[in-house]
Structures are given as C-alpha cells and as structure tokens.
Design a protein around this ligand. Structure first.
Ligand code: DAT
Ligand code: MG
Length: 140
C-alpha cells in the first residue's frame, strides 16, 4: 500500500454548525494525518474554478453559491491509500445513500450540503492540493 496525499474540505454547512472538530476526529481516527490546514471563505470565482469540472451540471450554480456562502476548512490528508480511504469514510454524495458510520451519513444535511469534499483520484488530489496550498504550506 502506498502513502498518498489527498485534498479534503469541510464545507460551510459543517463550519456553520461548529462540528469541524468532530469531522477531523473521524479523519484522524481512520489513520489519516492532517499535513496542511486552513480556514478559507472562498469567493464565488474561486468556487467556480475549483469545481470547473462540474460547470455543465444543472447544480453548478447552487453548488458554487453554497461553497462561497461561509467558511470552509481546506486540508491535505496523508496516509496509506489516503484518496480511497477518505472517500470511504466520507460516504456517498447523497447522505440518503451513505453507509452507517460515514461522515455524510452522520453530518450531511442534503445532497448539496453534504459537509465534506474529498478528491476522487490521485491526479485530482494533486490538482486540488495545488489549487489551495503552496508547497511550503504542506508539512508532513
Ligand atoms: P462528491 O462530492 O461525492 O465527489 P460530485 O463530485 O459528483 O460528488 O459532486 C460535487 C458536489 O456537487 C457534491 O458534493 C454536492 C454537489 N452535487 C452533486 N450532485 C448534486 C445534485 N444532484 N444536486 C445538488 N448538488 C449536487
Ligand atoms: Mg467529486
């Protein structure tokens, strides 16, 4: 198994409800290590750039408005199979489909306000990490 880095974000619905610590505990308890972290209130432009791959989707406006509606926590997580492991503990996009014990099952409010983001592949992770962090901000 390889040590990987993945990009994670705690979304505005979770910062609003003051549950960031509870979510970070889930990540750390699963063996992932936070090697970079900051609190960011992104602009609509930054949200549109980050989610550019979803530009043609009907929910793009809703998604980018929500993501720029309040503070987020952006993070780099490190660990064995970090990309897949983070996706596993996050749970399915729609909390109604998420497995018991996953972050989205326990915290998400809806398919849109679903508390966390996690990169879907190693290449995506590299791009998403570089979007939010400089190299010197990631301290392993
Ligand atoms: P994920 O965040 O699980 O990788 P995704 O990449 O397909 O899911 O979509 C990105 C985000 O867009 C998702 O976390 C919430 C929002 N979203 C996805 N599908 C949606 C829908 N049908 N209605 C509203 N928002 C949606
Ligand atoms: Mg995705």
């Amino acid at each position: 198994m390889a040590i990987e880095r993945t990009f994670s974000m705690i979304k505005p619905d979770a910062t609003k409800r003051n549950v960031t610590g509870k979510i970070i505990d889930r990540l750390e308890s699963a063996g992932l290590r936070v090697v970079a972290q900051k609190r960011v209130w992104m602009s609509l432009r930054e949200a549109e750039g980050f989610y550019a791959e979803h530009k043609a989707r009907p929910f793009f406006g809703e998604l980018t408005e929500f993501m720029s509606s309040g503070p987020t926590i952006v993070q780099v997580l490190e660990g064995e199979n970090a990309v897949a492991k983070n996706r596993e503990i996050m749970g399915a996009t729609n909390p109604a489909d998420a497995d018991e014990g996953t972050i989205r099952k326990d915290f998400a409010l809806s398919i849109g306000e679903n508390s966390v983001h996690g990169s879907d592949a190693l290449e995506t992770a590299k791009r998403e990490i570089a979007y939010w962090f400089s190299e010197t901000e990631v301290v392993g």
